[in-house]
Design a protein around this ligand. Sequence first.
Ligand SMILES: NC(=O)c1ccc[n+]([C@@H]2O[C@H](COP(=O)([O-])OP(=O)(O)OC[C@H]3O[C@@H](n4cnc5c(N)ncnc54)[C@H](O)[C@@H]3O)[C@@H](O)[C@H]2O)c1
Length: 342
Amino acid sequence: VKVFIHARALLRYNAHSFSIVLQGNGNVWTLVFLFLPHTVLPKQNGRVAIVTGGARGMGYETARHLASLGMHVVIGIVHTPFEFLNEKGASPSQIRNVIVVCVFCVLFTVEFLFLDLCSLKSLRQFVHRFKARALPLHVLVNNAGIMLVPEGKTEDGFELHFGLNYLGHFLLTNLLLDKLKRSGRHDACSRVVTMSSATHYVGRLNMEDLQGRSCYSAHGAYSQSKLALVLFTYHLQEKLAAGGFPVTSNAVDPGMVDTDLYNNLCIPAQAAKKPVAKMLFRTPAEGASTAILAATASQLEGVGGCYFYNGERTESADMTYDHNVRAELWKQSCALVGLQEA
Ligand SMILES: NC(=O)c1ccc[n+]([C@@H]2O[C@H](COP(=O)([O-])OP(=O)(O)OC[C@H]3O[C@@H](n4cnc5c(N)ncnc54)[C@H](O)[C@@H]3O)[C@@H](O)[C@H]2O)c1
């Protein structure tokens, strides 16, 4: 089991970050001092991106950064920042969020389209509405996610983590693949960037029981969904490369990031997490940096089938390199979402 504990950069100088990472494999532990250089990313004028879950957390930071590089960004959104208007009052952070989003929309070419990854119908409607806009698509960031939610089902009866984190993005990517293929060029590929997590290293994939019906655990369900996303990323890359299409597919691990993703921790764990997160977790902007790099960096042109952590290619779990497991998962996923396996 590989464990990564990221200690948030305490030293900073002119946008260069220094990071201390404790990494080990059970017996041997090493303290690694990393220098994270500030990469200058190329302008993205004329390019179009979709970011799922882009209204807060790392999705927002990714969308903001892509838009600031000149990209037209379409944000798939299920919770609007204005939801509090239906409630009795608003917290200062909700008001701040609305102001930030409004300024963001005024300054950049950004649009919001409703997308509920818990519903195959909503996914298909999102793709239909996006295609009706007749825009090209150069970058798809599969960012949205949930973690440790109580046992539940999506609209179509899938276990929540598996259905939303994995199957939702599986269907979304497949429905947008024709657009991505047409928009890419061999010297400027379209890019699919998928948010995984270090928890995928401890994930187990039970092909006979992908929905965890026999024995449910929220931790198990989350790590399985993140493992499935890496398997999907690699298999997609294999298919794209075999067909000679100008599209790349990579997975990203953002590290431990202080966001609302942890809202479902039990109350004592939440109380313990708060001070620790302030000191040790990354900010959403720091966490989003590897996804932004994978979506835009010139040095990653044409590079696909990789797992990136701290801005660098890293080995993922052994199982993710097993072609048969990847192919079986792809086959079962097609059957679950009603896609023909091509
Ligand atoms: N925060 C971390 O430490 C961490 C670590 C590893 C990986 N990740 C991954 O990074 C991604 C972003 O998470 P975050 O930390 O910014 O969390 P977050 O909770 O701030 O953001 C999650 C986003 O997903 C969206 N979302 C939730 N349910 C949705 C639905 N049904 N349909 C569409 N969108 C929906 C939310 O609206 C939100 O915008 C997730 O995939 C998460 O698993 C996070």
